[in-house]
Design a protein around this ligand. Structure first.
Ligand SMILES: [Zn+2]
Length: 271
């Protein structure tokens, strides 16, 4: 599932190239998670001003309104001057004066949603409850600790929920908890201030490193210019059950939390 680094890598791979492009055509495939919310023809003639990111949403700003794009479980965007005929998994395509922007999404948990403005109910419903950006100036160590103290769920579940800090999904939550030496099952409210600050730093460090590596390509993620990510090759715990810890040699364990697999080192993660 694409997490914050993959979405940001995607944004960086086409934002400059599509800025200023005029929309000439819109093609829809099978229904995605949410409907587009506008007649496709009504987008023709509009200009793409730029691409921003909020959490795991890409915001394609038009000269009037915006398109919110979510990659869901298995989505990826490609932006190119020319593309082969759309396949069975290609469910949204903008034809522009600068090239074709296509969403490929085999599991169709992704979406492209139109909104007049970010303050629109439809956009507010998707963006309004998101926590702070982990790489932005509002992600503050003290405020992070104070927010965690009000949550009694396991720390890993609290990170994944995205209400305190956005975009830290299964891979990067597992890796950040390893880096901070924290057991994923620990109640968030039980983190000491020092541990919370260490986790804060670990989240930023892990995400920044993932960005630098082009994200993680576990199944089929690639950026909009077709590059695979490489972060998964240096994961310390994620998807490494049964293998030796790269720090201490202890066997990495896995357990189920919510619907997700969690990976941790029982010796390095004792807090
Ligand atoms: Zn270890």
């Amino acid at each position: 599932m694409p997490e914050l680094p993959e979405v940001e890598v995607t944004r960086l791979s086409f934002a400059d190239r599509i800025a200023g492009a005029r929309i000439g055509s819109v093609r829809l495939g099978k229904p995605l998670r949410w409907p587009l919310g506008i007649e496709p023809a009504a987008l023709q003639g509009r200009t793409v001003r730029g691409v921003r990111r909020r959490g795991k949403y890409l915001l394609l700003d038009l000269d009037h309104g915006l398109l919110l794009i979510h990659l869901g479980m298995s989505g990826s965007l490609v932006f190119a001057a020319a593309l082969p005929e759309p396949g069975a998994h290609d469910h949204f395509e903008l034809g522009t004066s600068r090239g074709l922007l296509r969403l490929r999404d085999p599991r169709r948990f992704g979406a492209v949603v139109w909104a007049e403005a970010e303050s629109d109910p439809v956009a507010h419903k998707l963006l309004g409850r998101l926590g702070v950006e982990p790489l932005g100036p509002d992600f503050d160590p003290l405020a992070f600790w104070q927010a965690l103290r009000t949550r009694h769920a396991p720390i890993k579940s609290v990170l994944l929920a995205g209400q305190i800090v956005v975009g830290v999904g299964n891979i990067y939550a597992s890796e950040a908890l390893f880096a901070a030496g924290i057991r994923p099952t620990l109640s968030a409210a039980h983190l000491s201030r020092a541990r919370a600050e260490r986790l804060h730093g670990a989240i930023r460090e892990v995400l920044a490193r993932a960005l630098a590596k082009g994200g993680s390509t576990l199944r089929d993620f690639s950026s909009a210019d077709g590059q695979n990510g490489h972060f998964q090759l240096e994961a310390m715990v994620y998807d490494r059950a049964g293998q030796p810890c790269r720090d201490c040699g202890t066997t990495i364990l896995t357990l189920r939390q919510g619907q997700r697999s969690t990976y941790y080192c029982p010796r390095c993660q004792t807090a």
